[in-house]
Design a protein around this ligand. Structure first.
Ligand code: FAD
Length: 372
């Protein structure tokens, strides 16, 4: 007979989201079983976020580098009056200690709100189940892709042009045809030694392929005086920016992390939102409540509209769109980019931008509102 295990909480998936939730639940005295086929897999991506998004409980050792007022180049150079940080991935994983949980090296076959059936036949029953399985490998969702290289700071520093980082550089010097899906340069310091230079396709259905992004990156950097040797450490980025649709009947399973509305569909950021939401989720689990609120639902709907706009915009208008966005007061930018509960702030940010856009961009947005 197959074994049956019992716990207060089962967390399915131990990426940044599931691991943060497991860590915080254990810290709160909750009895947790965590399931992942590779629970101790070493994380390698470079995770970044706005510094003000990180929860106070996270040790500062996880912050690899901080850039004040990162620059953007839209139709002109602008700067963002916020602190942007690159996380130290190994430190983050270490800080999210899960040794107090019972960890199962296993794959979930089915997940309901009170039971997880594992592929090996084990059943795990719990008062609460949280699905943090991420979205890797799920087809048909809008994706973000990027191709990056790590270059010594001594060589790449001039490319920053005095800015600590390029959050987005939309200058059209990457060789792409102006009617093609656009991409931008993302450039941030990794510690004191290195700089990550990444050609990024913010979102696409499909998003740009690595070969195209690599070509654009090489063209852009060569034009700015940096010829890559081809021996640089490479980072390839591909992940869905939307959660998968819920199957009939699974609406009662709590989702967490990239599989949920913590994934920002118009930017692809989710890690900081998951870290910041972990305690709320633990609280909801302990009280037997759902984590979602009407405000969070509304924010998600508004951000989905942002995704549709990004997908529907004429490539030539993208820099103007972001110029208008980064002209907004930083509080309005923050309401749209960060947090999940400020529906009014998100709506105000979007409505304040609208009149500042050219007519063709406003028409594109109007089309996404009415879904055409
Ligand atoms: C190179 C790269 C750079 C990125 N940079 C950033 C960034 O700067 N900022 C940001 O916010 N986001 C970034 N992202 C996106 C970010 O990786 C994801 O949003 C993040 O990993 C999501 O975390 P998660 O824990 O929700 O899901 P995941 O990291 O996908 O973790 C899901 C976990 O579930 C497990 N799992 C899957 N199926 C099952 C199953 N059936 N049973 C049990 N376990 C299962 C998997 O093994 C995995 O460990 C980046 C992504 C990449 C690839």
């Amino acid at each position: 007979m197959n074994p049956t295990l019992f716990a207060d909480l089962v967390v399915v998936g131990l990426g940044p989201a599931g691991r943060a939730l497991t860590n915080r639940a254990c810290a709160a005295g909750v009895d947790v079983i965590a399931v992942d086929p590779h629970p101790h897999r070493r994380w390698t991506p470079t995770y970044s976020s706005w510094l003000d998004e990180l929860p106070a409980w996270l040790p500062t050792s996880v912050i690899g580098s901080v850039t004040e007022n990162p620059a953007v180049f839209t139709t002109r150079r602008q700067s963002i009056a916020r602190s942007y940080c690159v996380l130290d991935t190994s430190e983050l994983q270490r800080a999210l200690d899960i040794s107090a949980a019972r960890t199962l090296t296993a794959t979930a076959q089915s997940v309901t709100s009170s039971e997880v059936a594992l592929v090996d036949g084990t059943r795990v029953l719990a008062r609460a189940v949280v699905d943090a399985r991420g979205t890797a490998g799920i087809d048909g969702l809008a994706e973000q892709t990027a191709f990056g290289v790590v270059v010594a700071r001594t060589i790449a520093e001039p490319l920053l042009e005095g800015a600590g980082a390029w959050f987005m550089d939309w200058r059209p010097d990457n060789g792409a045809d102006s009617s093609d899906t656009p991409s931008f340069l993302y450039a941030v310091a990794l510690g004191h030694q290195d700089i990550l230079l990444e050609e990024t396709c913010l979102v696409g259905t499909p998003a740009l392929e690595y070969r195209e992004l690599r070509q654009r990156l090489h063209t852009r950097l060569a034009g700015r005086g940096l010829t890559l040797s081809g021996n640089e450490t490479v980072e390839r980025v591909r992940f869905p920016v939307q959660p998968p649709r819920r199957e009939r009947g699974d609406g009662r399973v709590e989702r967490f992390g990239a599989r949920s509305s913590m994934m920002h569909p118009a930017t692809g950021y989710s890690v900081a939102a998951s870290l910041a939401s972990a305690d709320d989720m633990v609280d909801a689990v302990r009280r037997g409540k759902k984590i979602g609120t009407l405000s969070a639902w509304t924010v998600q709907r508004l951000r989905n509209l942002g995704l549709r706009t990004a997908l529907g915009l004429d490539p030539a208008l993208v820099p103007q769109f972001f110029a208008s966005f980064f002209d907004l007061p930083v509080a309005a930018q923050k309401a749209y980019l960060s947090g999940r509960s400020d529906a009014l702030g998100t709506a105000l940010a979007m409505t304040r931008m609208f009149p500042t856009l050219p007519t063709s961009a406003r028409l594109a947005i109007a089309r996404s509102v009415i879904g055409r």
